[in-house]
Design a protein around this ligand. Structure first.
Ligand SMILES: Nc1ncnc2c1ncn2[C@@H]1O[C@H](COP(=O)(O)OP(=O)(O)OP(=O)(O)O)[C@@H](O)[C@H]1O
Ligand SMILES: [Mg+2]
Length: 348
């Protein structure tokens, strides 16, 4: 059994909609609405789903930046206390984040060396000379030169800036990196370079990753485990190979149908599942299954009862009344479209 680094249990993050008398809440945005998620030491976990489904909010709760409404998150067996400065300070050594946009992530007035050394200075690590040396090591680690430390961010391309952001995130030797759409803002031609760098760093430094993305094709080569999120809930989770080869939830299936296949013949025969409508508002979610308003398989029960996550095979769970009935029996073969069918679930 691999060692658990992070354990999230029934996490809820609800934002108040203010507008009543004296700014009292008149409603709630249920951004994250009861999520269980574990990350093991050295594991790469992908969190995927459409814009607005709650991915970044969940990441912010792990970082201690967003106080949960309820539920718990523990790191190395210790609960994260969101209000306590000391707990959050300790956490910030172990958990770091890389955001989508490397341009806004770097202060244009600071040299690259100053930016990378910032977390070291904040945590009082080393003296100025030692920090300078560490900056040089970190730049080399991400494929840049120690001499680059003296330059400002505008002297670098988008891909190089993201390398600098990654170097800064690694400065304190974190155990977990939250990668929030780390390549989405980059030119397609350099995305794979950054993904390869992240894979290489993970192996060398034995890092754990929470890789947040709306794009399953990015996650394909990257993740050990996938969590598919929809409107604050986990719709499906399992080993990446299982989820890609045999998606259970119709939402996962729709997301996967948009991922290009490496085999041109299979790609020609692939049927793209286009979901109707938009993600419902998290301030007014459907009563039963969150996906019911867009689901091609919806049954009367789906409008009434939220489906629990049910095991469909070893280490693979889905929340779907139709495909993963609550009896715990795996969805029937008539309902699961096997990999290679050429309709929905082609092998990836
Ligand atoms: N501070 C906040 N106050 C109020 N609502 C918020 C706040 N932060 C996020 N939300 C809302 O919570 C929901 C989830 O937002 P979140 O940013 O977590 O989604 P996401 O999955 O990361 O989307 P994207 O892919 O666009 O980054 C959205 O409806 C968003 O408008
Ligand atoms: Mg986001």
């Amino acid at each position: 059994m691999s060692e658990t680094l992070l354990a999230m249990r029934n996490l809820k993050v609800h934002f108040p909609i203010r507008g009543g008398l004296f700014g009292r809440p008149v409603g709630w945005i249920r951004a994250v609405d009861g999520v269980d998620l574990d990350i093991a030491v050295g594991q790469s976990v992908a969190l995927v789903g459409e814009s607005g489904c709650g991915k970044s909010t969940l990441g912010a709760a792990i970082l201690g930046m967003q106080r949960p409404t309820s539920g718990t998150i523990s790191f190395e067996g210790k609960p994260i206390f969101h209000g306590e400065a000391e707990s959050l300070r300790a956490l910030s050594r172990d958990v770091q984040i890389v955001f989508q946009d490397p341009v806004s992530a770097l202060n244009p007035k600071l040299t690259v060396g100053e930016s990378i050394a910032e977390p070291l200075a904040i945590h009082g690590v080393g003296n100025a000379k030692q920090r300078k040396q560490r900056v040089g090591e970190l730049l080399k680690l991400v494929g840049l030169q120690p001499g680059h430390a003296a330059r400002r961010p505008n002297a670098f391309s988008g891909g190089q800036r993201q390398r600098i952001v990654i170097a800064r995130a690694l400065a304190l030797n974190p155990k977990l990196l939250i990668l929030d759409e780390p390549v989405s803002a980059l030119d397609v031609s350099i995305r794979s370079q950054i993904l390869n760098l992240l894979l290489d760093l993970q192996q060398r430094l034995h890092l754990s990753y929470l890789f947040i993305s709306h794009d399953l094709s990015v996650v394909r080569h990257f993740a050990d485990r996938v969590f598919v999120m929809y409107l604050g809930h986990i719709a499906e989770t399992g080993k990446a190979g299982d989820v890609f080869a045999t998606p259970i939830h119709p939402y996962t299936e729709a997301l996967l149908s948009a991922v290009p296949l490496p085999d041109p013949a299979a790609q020609r025969n692939r049927r793209r599942i286009v979901l109707k409508g938009d993600l419902p508002s998290p301030s007014n979610p459907p009563k039963g299954c969150a996906f019911v308003t867009r689901c091609p398989l919806a049954q009367p029960i789906c409008r009434e009862v939220p489906p629990p996550l049910v095991a469909v095979s070893d280490d693979h769970q889905a929340a779907c009344h139709v495909r993963a009935p609550q009896s715990g029996i795996a969805a029937s073969s008539a309902q699961v479209i096997p990999a290679g069918s050429g309709k929905h679930g082609e092998p990836i």
